[in-house]
Design a protein around this ligand. Structure first.
Ligand SMILES: NC(=O)c1ccc[n+]([C@@H]2O[C@H](COP(=O)([O-])OP(=O)(O)OC[C@H]3O[C@@H](n4cnc5c(N)ncnc54)[C@H](OP(=O)(O)O)[C@@H]3O)[C@@H](O)[C@H]2O)c1
Length: 337
């Protein structure tokens, strides 16, 4: 009997905001790995806002087209191997997609040395945490005593970026989408302050929390918040352009930002983007440093896990609406016994 599996297809290009029924489950075949390939059992799926951008147009990867299995990073167990670098039983980070099993080239798999709960290797100790580390240290170049503002601060990347900023002695102010999230950032994660981006007094509140101005803006959202921060940045301020989630869930992103190049010139600002996968050489160092910070209690892991692959579409829609605190994951299968 040919083995089958459940997988979730991207079904149709959304008009306006994404909906769960823009995806469709189907039963498909489990692939047969060829020379150099691995058959992997997907265990945990990372839900990333960029997935909304991948289905809208070409980004740093090819556009995902209707009828294709929805891509997504997974932590997966190698169950058949035609690549000696990844023997059966290895846990790997792969682009395993929204499905129970994936066949991938061994050359694209990153083996994981499991030293924490598996979920941590897809949140703070995984791609997300490394994104925050690379953005802060390699792009932002933080200095103790400076003021940093981070947007989507209660989300996966933002909460880690803020905590890492605190760990190097910065004053850190978060921006998040609810008062509860702001309270959590200050009381649980030790941020120096937090403001709700829905507040009509946002600018005044930010200025009050940043009496010495803003030296570094870790930007996860783009859009009108970036406009606001450009006006609050100090001379020679830096913007870490990590993402633009405010512009993903639409078929007509807003033009912008305003004040470019005007304020960039007069304030000598530096706006720099990055893609975490270009920084492979620093992953081990970032993971090691964050593992040490977790061990000594200076970095808290925040994640929420939906049980079952069928929950992936709603998890992505919910993420874009701000329903998550910390890293949003989907559990596809139990951890290996
Ligand atoms: N450069 C890279 O290599 C790289 C790698 C991974 C991720 N990223 C980027 O990092 C950013 C964060 O990703 P993540 O995975 O950590 O997701 P996340 O922050 O956990 O989730 C997205 C959050 O964005 C916030 N948001 C949604 N719409 C918003 C809006 N209009 N204005 C302000 N905030 C809004 C929501 O929180 P609120 O309740 O606070 O609104 C939501 O929780 C994204 O832009 C993503 O593309 C970049």
């Amino acid at each position: 009997m040919v083995p089958t599996q459940t997988r979730i297809l991207f079904a149709r290009t959304p008009e306006g905001q994404l909906r769960p029924d823009d995806f469709a489950p189907e039963t498909g075949l489990v692939g047969d790995p060829r020379a150099g390939e691995l058959l992997c059992r997907n265990i945990l799926l990372s839900i990333d806002p960029a997935a909304r951008a991948w289905i809208q147009s070409r980004t740093y990867r090819e556009q995902v087209l209707p009828g294709q299995v929805m891509p997504g990073f997974t932590l997966s167990e190698v169950i058949r191997s035609h690549d000696p670098r990844h023997p059966v039983g290895t846990i790997v980070l792969i682009d395993g997609g929204w499905q129970e099993y994936a066949v991938v080239p061994g050359s694209t798999a990153r083996p994981i040395t499991v030293r924490a709960p598996l979920t941590h290797h897809l949140s703070t100790l995984g791609l997300t945490g490394v994104t925050a580390w690379v953005g802060l240290h390699e792009v932002g170049r933080p200095r103790s005593g400076e003021t940093m503002v981070v947007s989507a601060a209660a989300g996966a990347t933002g909460n880690v970026a803020g905590q890492l900023g605190r760990a190097v002695g910065m004053r850190v102010v978060g921006i998040a989408g609810s008062d509860d999230k702001c309270t959590w950032l200050v009381n649980e994660l030790g941020f120096d302050g937090a403001v709700n981006h829905r507040s009509p007094e946002l600018r005044r509140e930010l200025k009050a929390l940043c009496p010495d101005g803003v030296d570094l803006y870790f930007d996860n959202v783009g859009g009108p918040l970036l406009d606001q921060l450009l006006t609050l940045l100090n001379a020679r301020g830096r913007v870490v352009c990590c993402g633009a989630v405010s512009q993903y869930d639409t078929d007509s992103p807003a033009p912008g930002p305003r004040f470019v190049p005007g304020l960039v010139v007069t304030k000598r600002l530096r706006l720099e983007g990055f893609i975490v996968t270009d920084h492979e050489d620093t992953w081990a160092r970032a993971e090691q440093e964050m593992a040490e910070l977790i061990a000594d209690g200076r970095l808290r892991v925040a994640e929420q896990v939906v049980d079952g692959l069928a929950g992936a579409p709603s998890a992505l829609v919910g993420l874009l609406a701000g329903n998550n605190i910390g890293k949003q994951l989907v559990r596809i299968a139990p951890d290996p016994g």
